[in-house]
Write a new protein. Structure first.
Length: 241
């Protein structure tokens, strides 16, 4: 019996049902849009960087207490880092309503308190990871500042600054193609559909929670993801009480 306030683990075939529902409900990946609703700032669409300046201005105004991410998929680690930095600096809370994947998930984790939204919708948080995590990795991967450190593994280091005096300092030899690619590539490969998926589903007895690992081959059919045991989002710090 699931807990009426937080819920418990359920197994397939229920996973197939919510997986299909997610695939049907997913919207197209549109650019982020902002809407101020009192002290709540609603963010919908993909975090692609087009709204970051307006987002920062809203948070700097001091009127926002909670940032609500609703149906936000895709995005890059660099943009996720910008949103997360603004959220952490302002000390606001975050809420995920509907689907919050990839860049949205890391921005969500930056909130002082981060929770799933209430209502009858299926809430899903997909946090990109480079490979299937071990149980020990999950224990401290996203709690506190560890979330930002995990995100930094996906961000490529800045390019080296060229010398200012070309007459004194000769230009370095051009690197080989593989070396140049390696120098510019992120430490880890960012795959928006690959990661750990935390799902909260409404039932007659309250919400039930499940955690899955998705390797990216499932497309939009989340029922093909692997169920993870001992991955309670509250114990892992992914959700706050």
């Amino acid at each position: 019996m699931p807990d009426p306030t937080r819920g418990g683990q359920v197994k397939a075939p229920f996973g197939v049902i919510w997986g299909i529902s997610l695939a049907l409900l997913w919207p197209a990946a549109l650019s982020a849009e902002l809407e101020l609703q009192g002290s709540r700032l609603l963010v919908t669409g993909m975090l692609d960087g087009t709204a970051i300046k307006a987002f920062e201005e809203h948070l700097a105004s001091g009127h926002v207490r909670t940032v609500v991410f609703e149906n936000s998929l895709g995005g890059t680690p660099e943009v996720a880092s910008e949103f997360a930095r603004a959220i952490r600096a302002s000390g606001v809370n975050t809420e995920a309503k509907g689907q919050c994947h990839a860049a949205c998930a890391y921005a969500f984790l930056a909130g002082k308190e981060h929770r799933f939204g209430r209502g009858f919708q299926v809430n899903g948080l997909l946090i990109p990871v480079a490979g299937r995590p071990r149980p020990a990795d999950l224990a401290s991967r996203w709690s506190g500042d560890d979330g930002l450190r995990t995100l930094s593994d996906f961000i490529a280091p800045p390019p080296d600054v060229a010398p200012t005096d070309a007459a004194v300092v000769p230009p370095p030899a051009a690197p080989s193609a593989p070396a140049a690619i390696q120098a510019q590539a992120p430490k880890e490969r960012w795959q928006p559909n690959q990661g750990v998926l935390f799902v909260s589903t409404p039932t007659l007895f309250g919400r039930v929670y499940n955690s899955f690992y998705c390797d990216g081959t499932q497309g939009r059919d989340m029922s093909r993801c692997e169920l993870l045991s001992d991955a309670d989002p509250y114990k892992l710090g992914v959700l706050t009480p």
